[in-house]
Design a protein around this ligand. Structure first.
Ligand code: ADP
Ligand code: ZN
Length: 207
């Protein structure tokens, strides 16, 4: 991070990775330091994620920090006008307006720290994190440890057969896996095969 910071310059930091990779821990660490330095801090999480608490962000290792629950990205804009630092957890549960809101906050001179899952249970990019990465000044990719082989884990394995994109849960439903040990669900295996086939065709026709 910058060691010299000029007044009134805002920016966006993104912390992303799989479940259990330490995104919330890292977000809480950064926000605590800002609070210690007596900066005005506003912290938010989406209404959908009230797994452990509805008035705190809580990590899987039970670190916690008070936060407000909001229904939409625009609530964050309204409620952080006074803040110097804005923290947002579980950002993948907001829609793409979150990118616009974070840009506005950064343009107003605020430090915006966004944590979220970058891939869903199928290994597909999880909006709006990819769009947020494109406009962020700083990106931190966190890794868990693969529960099968111990390598760095970049995937979230769903242990139940649900096909909805959002199924809220923790170690009861999900586990961290590396690229080798991740088993994509049947529906996305077919998609990967299909697109590999198409790529072959494209190469043939371009010869
Ligand atoms: P995230 O926000 O990325 O889901 P958290 O910050 O909430 O992650 O939790 C990180 C903590 O999760 C770790 O410090 C550790 O206590 C716990 N944990 C559980 N499973 C794993 C795993 N497979 N690899 C690493 N940490 C794990
Ligand atoms: Zn593995």
């Amino acid at each position: 991070m910058l060691s010299i910071v000029h007044r009134n310059i805002g920016w966006i930091e993104v912390i992303c990775g799989s479940m259990f990779s330490g995104k919330s821990e890292e977000l809480i660490r950064r926000l605590r330091r800002a609070i210690i330095a007596r900066q005005k801090v506003a912290i938010f999480k989406p209404k959908i994620d009230t797994r452990f608490s509805d008035d705190h962000i809580v990590s899987h290792s039970e670190l916690k920090i008070p936060s407000k629950v909001v229904e939409s990205a625009w609530d964050i804009l309204e409620q952080s006008l006074e803040a110097q630092v804005v923290g947002i957890d579980e950002a993948q549960f907001f829609n793409n307006d979150l990118v616009l809101v974070c840009q506005k906050l950064a343009n107003m001179g605020k430090r915006v720290i966004v944590a979220g899952l970058d891939q869903d249970y199928r290994g597909e990019p999880f909006d709006p994190i990819p769009q947020m990465l494109a406009v962020a000044e700083y990106i931190t990719k966190t890794h868990a440890i693969c529960v099968i082989c111990g390598n760095p884990a970049n995937y979230t394995q769903r242990k139940t057969p649900n096909k909805e994109r959002v199924v809220v849960g923790a170690a009861d439903i999900y586990e961290a896996r590396c690229r080798n040990c991740f088993e994509p669900p049947e529906e996305s295996k077919k998609e990967i095969k299909l697109s590999a086939g198409n790529r072959g065709k494209a190469q043939e026709t371009s010869k």
